[in-house]
Design a protein around this ligand. Structure first.
Ligand code: BGC
Length: 471
């Protein structure tokens, strides 16, 4: 369907000497075409909900599924037994965080943390470079902020929880191998390896006296951080550079892993890796030709197709590809294509902020395009078209994220009194994203559902510390 619609767009190029009326008409036609492609009907949402539940069942059973449904080996437990000093390392994107946590009877008493930017040569370099950088950053943190923590014979070997926010096949709470990189990482020598072992070796080499006792995904950390304060926390969701969710599932449902399944009714956290939903066949995702362009140029072609529609790594890029395409067809000023030629130059933050511009004359959009990209637009109809495209990209992402949350709650039968812990820049910083997300969840689950979304800042790291404390 999207191909035929795109053909209309190919037909409606506009050239020099054309009247203003005709250009306006063509811009409206282009927007109507894009709206038809990017807006998801309630029927389509319902279809996706059922397909997602289907994939959850298949993934848990170990059958072919686009959802990996990975066991976390974190089980529901009373939180009061957690006590002492713990460290958490949080690696999931370009930033890496070291966190020191003091916990007393399940209460987080104090924290301190430092953030380090992972140099691009380590994101795309070798295993030794990446893990060496991590270990050195931990040593730097300890030396500057808590030197006693690393004194031999003075303190105990400190337990550490490692949040590693990529698809990992866990063998136990403290071992798991990377299935494949996402979010632009391509570091060699990590795929298929136990990332706990790699981290422990790097720490030992750097003379950091810590033991990695737990490994978790950022969604799992986010859920557990909330669960320590709120026993109704049912899901952890990340809507940031990447996108994913986890939830509490009955161990008996994890048919593919007898070690988990034997725990019976005890609830355990499942990392869905929903970013890969519907990737292989693209049965029901509203994928357009613009999404195909973004996918084809990514390092993981054909994978994470759902993530590529909803996460912060891609939203700006989708908008950019559309804007450049319209500009090349004469439907937007030529300078748009000239100035936005470079992939990923138009960030999701730009796209999100423009989507929220409601000022008459769209002066915010005008200034942003001028100041950041040197695009000086005279024609206000160009500004409106650009703003509306950013709205379409944003709303589709929020609708899809809402669909995934609703589907998970339906599968888990947790639509009453449910707290959803959410973190990530797209959720936190994109204006109106949350409103569209919550409206979609309500539309799918009905008014009687009782679902609260809470922003769980830094949950991914803190959760790893809590999991280490319970280990
Ligand atoms: C990864 C997930 C992660 C998510 C959010 C995705 O690209 O595959 O493991 O939870 O990003 O950071």
């Amino acid at each position: 369907m999207s191909k035929r619609l795109h053909n209309i767009l190919d037909h409606i190029s506009s050239g020099k000497g054309e009247s203003k009326e005709m250009k306006d008409l063509k811009q409206r036609l282009a927007l109507a075409t894009l709206t038809a492609q990017f807006t998801i009907s309630p029927e389509r949402l319902k279809e996706m909900v059922y397909f997602m539940i289907h994939e959850m069942h298949e993934g848990l059973a170990g059958k072919k599924s686009t959802l990996r449904m990975l066991p976390s080996f974190v089980y529901k437990k009373h939180t009061a037994s957690a006590d002492g000093v713990y460290y958490a390392l949080d690696l999931g994107g370009t930033n890496f965080r070291v966190i020191r946590m003091l916990i007393r009877q399940g209460e987080l008493i104090s924290t301190s943390s430092s953030q380090f930017t992972i140099p691009i040569e380590h994101m795309k370099g070798t295993v030794d470079g990446l893990f060496g950088f991590i270990a050195t950053s931990v040593l730097k943190f300890i030396t500057e902020k808590a030197p006693d923590d690393n004194k031999k014979g003075y303190s105990r070997t400190i337990p550490l929880g490692f949040t590693f926010s990529f698809p990992v096949k866990q063998m136990s709470l403290n071992s798991g191998s990377l299935i494949e990189w996402t979010k632009g990482f391509t570091t060699t020598g990590v795929q298929g390896e136990d990332v706990v072992r790699l981290l422990q070796q790097a720490l030992d080499k750097t003379a950091v006296d810590m033991k990695v006792v737990a490994l978790c995904n950022d969604t799992v950390g986010t859920l557990i951080a909330r669960y320590f304060r709120d026993e109704h926390a049912q899901m952890g969701v990340i809507l940031g550079t990447g996108a994913n969710a986890c939830y509490w599932e009955k161990s008996s449902a994890v048919v593919k892993d007898p070690n988990v399944q034997k725990e019976g009714q005890r609830e355990t956290v499942i990392n869905m890796e929903f970013g890969n939903f519907d990737s292989q066949c693209v049965h029901c995702l509203p994928v357009t030709v613009f999404d195909d362009i973004v996918d084809k140029a990514s390092p993981n072609v054909g994978a994470q197709r759902f993530e590529k529609l909803i996460s912060g790594m891609y939203l700006g890029e989708i908008s950019r590809v559309i804007l450049v395409s319209l500009s090349k067809n004469g439907l937007l000023a030529k300078s748009v294509a000239d100035r936005l030629e470079k992939p990923y130059s138009f960030e999701s933050r730009d796209s999100g902020l423009i989507s929220a511009d409601r000022l008459p004359g769209l002066n915010f959009t005008r200034n942003l395009l001028l100041e950041k990209f040197g695009i000086n637009l005279q024609d206000s109809s160009d500004l409106y078209l650009i703003r509306n495209i950013c709205v379409l990209v944003r709303n589709r992402a929020a609708q899809l994220a809402g669909m995934a949350i609703a589907a998970t709650l339906l599968k888990a039968e947790k639509t009453g009194n449910a707290t959803i812990a959410v973190d990530g820049s797209v959720y936190e910083k994109t204006p109106s994203f949350r409103a569209v997300l919550i409206n979609t969840i309500r539309a799918i689950l009905g008014e009687e559902a009782d679902v609260r979304l809470v922003l769980q800042k830094e949950g991914s790291g803190h959760g790893a510390g809590f999991i280490a404390a319970l280990a």
